[in-house]
Design a protein around this ligand. Structure first.
Ligand SMILES: C[S@@+](CC[C@H](N)C(=O)[O-])C[C@H]1O[C@@H](n2cnc3c(N)ncnc32)[C@H](O)[C@@H]1O
Length: 245
């Protein structure tokens, strides 16, 4: 354990000692550095939790609603867009990392857009889809909070927002169960990964607050679990835009 992480564990000092905006920026810098190993890890199905449950869980959550069109927000190298396309769903993706968008475009003919959550927030990326999906792509603080405020504007009345993320109870570890920045780690990934991004831990109540406070009605929560241990591997929120007049 580094001195910095010991201080965080002891909770005697906020970590990291940088602004939310700086941490949100570090997340992007980390994904830019790790685009190549990430693409390999996804395409070689190196992540056990994804193989075991979470990939199928997000596909099922989307296909259950038979959407006309889907935008994958924070699409990475595009696996989910391709998986939806082969199931006959019109799907596109958006991500801030040029190398990931380039990988996605190389892998198929679907439409991929280069834009950040900040671009979406500021109205610099406009797109209409029935369903927005964020699959393990919401790890910032302010960038996620302002994105949530903007996502409803991309959706029609009754449009869906589906988010899969780390399960707060499983991801909390032995730290206090409260919102805050956490030190990133590539534990479980291969040695090609460097500079893990910090991530912002949210309690279950905070996640619910993000939806409800931004004009969404939560219609369902799913908890994909490890079939061997029954421990949750993720949490899935399914929400609809509240009717606007
Ligand atoms: C863990 S990866 C998940 C990628 C993909 N959704 C998947 O399931 O494989 C997180 C993704 O979120 C994207 N991301 C993080 N912060 C972002 C931001 N501020 N704007 C756009 N994309 C962002 C990263 O570039 C990365 O592709």
């Amino acid at each position: 354990m580094t001195d910095q992480s010991k201080r965080q564990a002891a909770n005697d000092e906020p970590f990291p000692a940088a602004t939310d905006r700086a941490n949100d920026q570090r997340i992007l810098e980390s994904w830019a550095k790790n685009a190549t190993p990430w693409t390999t890890a996804i395409r070689e199905q190196q992540i056990a939790s994804r193989r075991l449950a979470t990939d199928q869980a997000i596909i099922d959550a989307i296909t259950d609603f038979a959407p006309g069109s889907v935008l994958d927000v924070g699409c990475g190298e595009g696996w989910l867009v391709r998986a939806l396309t082969v199931r006959g769903i019109l799907a596109s993706g958006v991500d801030a990392i040029p190398a990931l968008i380039a990988q996605a475009r190389r892998a198929g003919p679907e439409a991929y857009y280069l834009a950040s959550y900040q671009d979406i927030t500021h109205g610099q990326f406009r797109f209409q889809a029935d369903t927005l999906v964020c699959n393990f792509s919401l790890f910032g603080k302010s960038s996620v909070e302002t994105l949530f405020a903007a996502l409803g504007t991309l959706l029609p009345n009754s449009g869906q927002l589906i988010v899969q993320t780390l399960h707060p109870l499983a991801a909390c570890g032995d730290q206090p169960y409260r919102d805050g920045w956490r030190i990133g780690s590539w534990q479980g990934f291969n040695r090609d990964f460097i500079d893990p991004p910090p991530w912002y831990f949210r309690t279950l109540a905070s996640w619910v607050g993000l939806f409800v406070g931004n004009g969404f009605e939560l219609t369902e929560i799913r908890e994909p679990s490890n079939p061997d241990t029954n421990q949750p591997l993720s949490i899935l929120f399914i929400a609809t835009v509240k009717l606007r007049t």
